[in-house]
Design a protein around this ligand. Structure first.
Ligand SMILES: Nc1ncnc2c1ncn2[C@@H]1O[C@H](COP(=O)(O)OP(=O)(O)OP(=O)(O)O)[C@@H](O)[C@H]1O
Length: 976
């Protein structure tokens, strides 16, 4: 056994582990799978195991993938949502046997193999088939993802069950709620999404009404009534539909109460009209028509019509036939309506799980035509089971050349043939008897059977009007009472009874269409209809893969906890469970074509992954060896590998799951890389594109800019060339530009002071006039600003400067330099208006002597520094002479006639302009100030004369010249 990949995939759901543990522990009772039973040939061991488990409420046991369910007749806590969750996606053998495990496995196999499946639920009446089918449906309904639309379909589907049970089930001696119809439904799953639960469809095989049990303790009519009404509304029945439907049911009940008496001739007359009036009211058929139909037969003879009265027995038969027909057809109508409401409009591909819940085998004290049909159906399904499992299996081993010891089993084909064979089978004989002219009775039918099949090994008749079909496997088909076969098979409604087609009840109208009344074709007999629908069903099932649930009845008393050994042994026998087990034991749990097996599991072996180039069977051999399969675990056939134990396959499947994840991760990584590469390439391409685009845009912009520049330059040049002309379109822009740029430059280069006369930008010709105006305005502005900012002291000084200008401007070379030199008023004392240091040239040899020149309102003094307070050298001034050069010599002329005066005074004064100006103001002798060129003559006291000669030279100096004149050399200011 392969042990290195023993994983359990479903157990990741932690919350469920406790429950699961408890289940597993509890389930250790007996053996979960009969395949593991040592004494697999012993029926007693088989039963013991079932019983042991049953006593612990373990009602499910496997034979391989087949599920055996023993009816517990009590509610078990094993169908909750938690249980459903637990079984979801878990391998078959990982958890205790359960109907959910089978449902889940069928579902996952369907998804994996993408093909159709069906679950055949069989067993005798009351064994729990309907319950099992409901549990499967609920499991799918809960486990599949939901959406609003699907929920609606799901509700309808689940709700269709109580409706069908209400109308199609009846209490029988075997089962309080026995299905009297066969139900096949297709559950569709979306093949793409894989898990959508879509819709189902009923295929009705037949319905049988029979029995006299009316009260059932286990059924609460009041609650069920509510449930049914609610369910009907979910499957789209409105109030009118429901009124008509319940009208039909009530009419059938009233019809059953119609009684007949015999007249003197023995013909039937109505006992009372009351019931018939009710029927008439409920069905909407005139009471007269009903009356006539129930007591007379209408015989048409060419143009005439004759009414032929019924005997009482006959009338009762007709009454029951009518009631059956109304009920049966109404049920068919109901099924069709439910099918319509569940119809799936989506045509996309779906995979299907079919669910077949068919009425179980029935053996009553008296077994009639109904039991014949029901049990024939079960024989047929058993045949299908044998065909699909035992026979097909053995045939396959043979075809594949697998060593195999054939298992003996009873092939009930012989029984099926006995019933259904053309011309020779019981149904053919019955049909023949029904249609032949003359009086056919159940007895003549029995004689015909004896005649035709008296020698058949499985057919025996007894002269107590019964026939026995001896099926070794299926005993219930035996011992049938032939009474009523002819009538029930005929089930011909007398033509005029179909006149109910004129009913006011819409359901009855739809069930009895008038063209049927008019048709003269004889309808198919009941048995033939039944046979045909069964053949149709078999065909549907044969195209699908089968799963089996075998339901066993634990006892006949519907008693919980009771295990009737005889009854169960009987069922085990006729259901062929022992044979099935033997085949399973001898056989192989799983087989697959080499190609398919390899295709699925090749990732598990390096030699086969990713490709196996050789012969598939060799690849498989390599693969299973790599996986560690033991020789007894598998066999290699001609085209397939056969795996003996399911656990081997599950382990392989688990390994595959893990490997798939790894592969998926690898593929994902590769894909991501590929995507990233692609993305990068795309980005690069996009970047190149953007770059190209950007470059194009830039180039275009550049070109446009150049073109614009050329245009501007051209215009500029043209404007420049025509700048002197009057304003034209050519030069207007240029001139505006020139103006603008001149003004801008001018703004930044305006003269800052009023004295700055030089700073002014030369205007372009077009601005000459404007510039002059601007200059004037600017000057005015500056002057105004300057004037506003002048203090009284400054003003006084300015006035002095004006006087200086009047005296010296253009007359003395050093004057311009003096303009910016401010006069100083600090040299003023109490007595002195102005005092300035000077150098006095003494007439005796022109020796320079420092003196202070003091100016007052009334006189000019020359005093020595040390004697400042003494009034010395009073000068009575008559005029002042200066040279026109840049020297600082001034000669004060004094009045010669004043004896106190010592003659003219020659002074050198650094502040010449200031001193002379102030002197002139104080003495009011402005006109007496002279600027002389060359030499200045002066007079000494006593009438003597002297001269001062002025010249310019390199170095300024004052000295006594050879001619005895005072010689003054000054810098040449004009040169500077
Ligand atoms: N799994 C179960 N758990 C509890 N009770 C069950 C179970 N299965 C069946 N039963 C009981 O047995 C009764 C009969 O079951 P069910 O109607 O499913 O039988 P059946 O095989 O469908 O019969 P028929 O062939 O007559 O329709 C149910 O009404 C229910 O009380």
């Amino acid at each position: 056994m392969v042990s290195f990949f023993n994983f359990q995939k479903g157990k990741k759901k932690l919350g469920l582990l406790d429950l699961e543990g408890a289940l597993t522990a509890r389930d250790r009772v007996g053996i979960q799978d009969f395949v593991l039973l040592d004494a697999h040939n012993s029926e007693t061991a088989f039963l013991d195991n079932l019983k042991k488990r049953f006593s612990e409420d373990l009602i499910y046991t496997y034979i391989g993938t087949l599920l055996i369910s023993v009816n517990p007749y009590k509610e078990l806590d094993m169908y909750s949502k938690k249980h459903m969750d637990l079984y979801m996606g878990v391998n078959f053998y990982e958890l205790p046997p359960h109907i959910y495990a089978l449902a889940d496995n069928a579902y996952h196999t369907m998804l994996t193999e993408a093909n159709n499946h069906f679950i055949l639920i069989s067993g005798e009446s009351g064994a729990g088939k309907t319950e099992a089918s409901k549990k499967i449906l609920q499991y799918y309904a809960v486990s599949c993802p939901s959406s609003a639309l699907l929920d609606t379909v799901r509700d309808r589907m689940l709700m269709s069950n109580p409706v069908l049970e209400a109308f199609g089930n009846a209490k029988t001696l075997k089962n309080d709620n026995s299905s009297r119809f066969g139900k096949y439904m297709d559950i569709q799953f979306d093949s793409q999404v894989g898990s959508l639960f879509l819709c189902h469809k009923f295929l009705m095989v037949s319905i049988f009404l029979q029995g006299e049990c009316s009260s059932v303790i286990s059924i609460n009519d009041k609650n069920d009534w509510k449930t049914v009404r609610n369910a009907l509304s979910v499957v789209h029945f409105d109030d009118t539909d429901m009124e008509h439907l319940f009208g039909v049911i009530a009419s059938v009940l009233h019809l059953g109460n119609v009684q007949f008496d015999g007249d003197t001739k023995g013909y039937a007359v109505l006992n009372s009209n009351a019931e018939l009036r009710w029927v008439s009211k409920l069905t909407g058929v005139h009471v007269q028509i009903l009356h006539e139909s129930l007591t007379y037969k209408r015989i048409e003879a060419r143009t005439d019509e004759v009414l032929c009265p019924f005997t009482v027995d006959h009338a009762i038969y007709v009454r029951d036939a009518l009631a059956k027909a109304i009920y049966g057809r109404t049920f068919t109508w109901l099924v069709n309506r439910i099918n319509e409401s569940l119809e799936n409009q989506d045509a996309s591909r779906k995979t299907v799980i079919g669910l077949l819940d068919i009425y179980g085998f029935e053996v009553f004290y008296v077994n009639s035509f109904e039991q014949f049909c029901i049990n024939y159906c079960n024989e047929k399904l058993q045949q299908l089971f044998i065909q699909l499992t035992l026979k097909a299996e053995q045939e396959e081993y043979e075809a594949e050349g697998i060593e195999w010891e054939p298992v003996q089993f009873f092939n009930n084909k012989i029984i099926c043939d006995l019933v259904e064979e053309k011309h020779r089978g019981i149904i053919s004989v019955l049909d023949e008897e029904c249609v032949r002219p003359g009086d056919a009775t159940d007895l003549t039918f029995l004689e015909k059977l004896e005649e035709k099949m008296g020698n058949h090994p499985h057919f025996v008749t007894r002269r107590v009007r019964s026939l026995s079909l001896m099926s070794k496997a299926l005993s219930p088909l035996s011992s049938l009472c032939s009474t009523g076969f002819i009538d029930k098979n005929n089930d011909l409604l007398y033509r005029h009874i179909k006149e109910v087609s004129g009913s006011k009840n819409s359901i009855i109208r739809q069930c009895f269409l008038s063209d049927e009344v008019d048709s003269r074709r004889r309808p198919e007999t009941v048995a033939t209809q039944f046979k045909n629908s069964l053949l149709g069903l078999t065909e549907i099932l044969m195209a699908k893969e089968a799963w089996y649930v075998r339901c066993l009845k634990s006892n006949d008393n519907k008693q919980s906890g009771k295990f009737d050994d005889v009854l169960v042994r009987h069922q085990v026998k006729y259901l062929g469970l022992m044979e099935h087990l033997r085949v399973r034991r001898a056989g192989f749990a799983y087989r697959r074509r080499y190609e398919e097996f390899l295709k699925r599991y090749k990732p598990l072996c390096p030699a086969t992954w990713p490709h196996w180039r050789g012969v598939p069977s060799e690849g498989v051999e390599k693969l299973v060896k790599h996986l560690g399969y033991q020789p007894d675990e598998y066999k290699m056939g001609r085209t397939k590998i056969f795996i003996r134990y399911a656990r081997t396959l599950f382990a392989t499947e688990d390994a595959y799951e893990i490997c798939k994840h790894e592969l998926a991760t690898r593929i994902q990584a590769k894909y991501k890389g590929y995507r990233a590469k692609g993305e990068f390439k795309k980005q690069k391409e996009a970047a190149t594109k953007i770059e190209t685009c950007w470059r194009g845009v830039q180039a275009r912009k550049e070109r446009e800019k150049r073109a614009w520049a050329v245009k501007v330059i051209k215009k500029f040049i043209k404007g420049y060339m025509t700048r002197g002309q009057a304003k034209t379109t050519d030069n207007s822009e240029y001139l505006a530009f020139v103006r603008q740029s001149y003004l801008n430059r001018l703004r930044d280069n305006l003269p800052k002071t009023v004295l700055d006369k030089t700073t002014w930008l030369t205007p372009p010709p077009v601005m000459t006039e404007t510039s002059a105006m601007l200059r004037q305005i600017h000057m005015r502005l500056m002057v105004r600003k300057y004037v506003r900012g002048i203090t009284p002291q400054k003003k006084a000084q300015m006035q002095l400067k004006i006087i200086t200008s009047a005296i010296f401007k253009g007359k003395k070379d050093s004057y311009p330099q003096s303009v910016a030199v401010p006069f100083v008023d600090t040299r003023i004392s109490q007595y002195i208006t102005y005092s300035v240091p000077v150098v006095k040239y003494d007439r005796n040899g022109f020796k320079p002597r420092p003196r202070q020149l003091i100016l007052t309102q009334s006189a000019v003094y020359l005093i020595e520094e040390a004697k400042i307070k003494q009034r010395v050298d009073y000068v009575s001034l008559t005029g002042v002479s200066v040279s026109n050069l840049g020297d600082t010599i001034m000669i004060l002329h004094v009045a010669n006639d004043d004896p106190k005066q010592k003659g003219d005074v020659v002074l050198q004064c650094d502040h010449l302009f200031e001193a002379v100006t102030k002197l002139s103001v104080l003495t009011k002798k402005q006109d007496a100030i002279k600027a002389v060129q060359g030499s200045i003559k002066f007079q000494f006291h006593g009438g003597k004369e002297g001269f001062v000669d002025f010249s310019t030279g390199q170095e300024p100096m004052v000295y006594k010249g050879k001619n005895g004149h005072l010689t003054v050399v000054s810098k040449d200011f004009r040169v500077i």
